[in-house]
Write a protein that binds this ligand. Structure first.
Ligand SMILES: Cc1cc2nc3c(=O)[nH]c(=O)nc-3n(C[C@H](O)[C@H](O)[C@H](O)COP(=O)(O)OP(=O)(O)OC[C@H]3O[C@@H](n4cnc5c(N)ncnc54)[C@H](O)[C@@H]3O)c2cc1C
Length: 347
């Protein structure tokens, strides 16, 4: 490692990794510290980018712009690591009941969802998939192989002598850097510098399974989802829990997800290969939080990516790197400044 890197990034999840590359592209030298025993939520992410999400059929925040940025970044990274990362995916949003269906139809009258809706169906789009209340086909979704990306970039950062795995905290504190950037996901909430931010983090579990008699390339979603994995098999999830935030997978989570799988593909035999748990970093307004500590100006944070990290991390890494190097202003909607009152009340 260069003895005097310009910047230290804490966390080699998706955001820390992309930020390191962006800062380097602007001419800076970067070291990255990763506490590997901690849970990296990027490694349990299903890697989905979906234009319409949630129970209220909300359009994802700035989907067009952030997805264009993301696809360009993931395309370049596919070449760098020698693995194709992007798979376009149709999403079958299966209505859960008549209320769910009504919610969609009301929302759809505004016309804002139209660019992404291809077909409304009354009968299931797949013989093995349950859709008793019909559903809708959504286009413009993608799967990104985030796990592969993080593992390949870890190797890349090790080879370029930039990654500090499980370093002594005292070593990091004494590293003479211009700034430290906390890309620690939900763990930012435990940091002495940023614990005052109003995190609403939630833990999520997923199941990875094989289903040799079942084949689809589409993401199936009835509020819970099944997503085909690049490496074969499927990932299903996810649960939401607001206590015991860093707990490993639980029996309760496992049973809940198995029930979700059965509600989508009843009668299909599944073989569970593993269960995983991760923690989403969430702000009360569901926007990321990025920027400089109000007093300790050599500390920056980039967190709060919620369930949208795959889509927005490239955009955030680009904004943040320009702000750090060129002092360009950060978008008000995602700036840490919107929480300054919280800091003053806390201090
Ligand atoms: C079950 C589940 C499913 C999901 N599915 C999707 C999906 O389909 N699509 C999507 O877009 N998003 C999804 N997400 C959300 C997604 O995982 C996040 O938005 C995104 O990956 C967060 O990336 P990050 O780099 O901010 O944080 P993380 O990936 O959590 O990375 C933070 C890193 O910091 C490290 N760390 C912590 N503390 C320190 C420290 N003090 N010093 C150094 N390192 C430290 C951790 O070990 C970790 O590696 C899902 C999340 C969960 C839990």
């Amino acid at each position: 490692m260069t003895l005097r890197p310009d910047f230290l990034i804490l966390g080699q999840g998706l955001l820390g990794s992309l930020l390191a590359l962006e800062l380097q592209a602007l001419g800076a030298s970067v070291a990255i510290a990763e506490f590997a025993p901690r849970r990296c939520s990027s490694l349990v992410s299903a890697g989905m980018m979906d234009p319409i999400s949630g129970q209220r059929f909300a359009l994802s925040w700035r989907y067009e712009k952030t997805t264009a940025d993301a696809l360009s970044v993931y395309q370049n990274l596919s070449s760098l690591i020698g693995h194709p990362l992007i798979t376009p995916r149709t999403i079958y949003r299966l209505f859960r009941d008549t209320i769910d269906s009504d919610t969609f139809h009301k929302k759809n009258t505004s016309g804002t969802l139209a660019p992404y809706i291809t077909t409304l169906f009354n009968d299931s789009p797949h013989p093995d998939v349950a859709a008793p209340y019909g559903g809708v086909s959504i286009q413009g979704g993608y799967h990104i192989d985030v796990g592969q990306l993080i593992h390949s970039l870890r190797q890349h950062f090790i080879e370029s002598n930039q990654l500090l795995l499980n370093p002594e905290p005292s070593f990091l504190e004494n590293l003479p850097v211009k700034a430290t950037i906390h890309c620690t996901g939900a763990y930012a909430h435990l940091s002495h510098h940023f614990s005052w931010l109003p995190f609403r983090n939630s833990r999520g579990e997923t199941i990875i399974f094989d289903a040799p008699d079942f084949h689809t390339d589409a993401i199936l979603n009835n509020g819970n989802w099944i997503s085909p994995m690049k490496s074969g098999g499927y990932r299903a999830g996810a649960t939401y829990a607001w206590d015991d935030l860093f707990h490993p997978p639980t029996e309760t989570g496992y049973r809940a997800i198995l029930a979700h799988i059965q509600s989508i593909i009843p009668g299909i035999k599944t073989q569970v290969t593993r269960t995983e748990s991760g923690t989403r970093s969430i702000m009360p307004d569901s926007r990321p939080v990025i920027g400089q500590h109000p007093i300790h100006s050599t500390h920056w944070v980039a967190s709060g990516l919620g369930s949208k990290g795959t889509q927005i991390a490239p955009f955030i890494a680009s904004q943040l790197s320009k702000s750090i190097i060129n002092n360009t202003p950060i978008d008000d909607e995602i700036s840490i400044n919107r929480f300054l009152k919280k800091y003053l009340t806390h201090a």
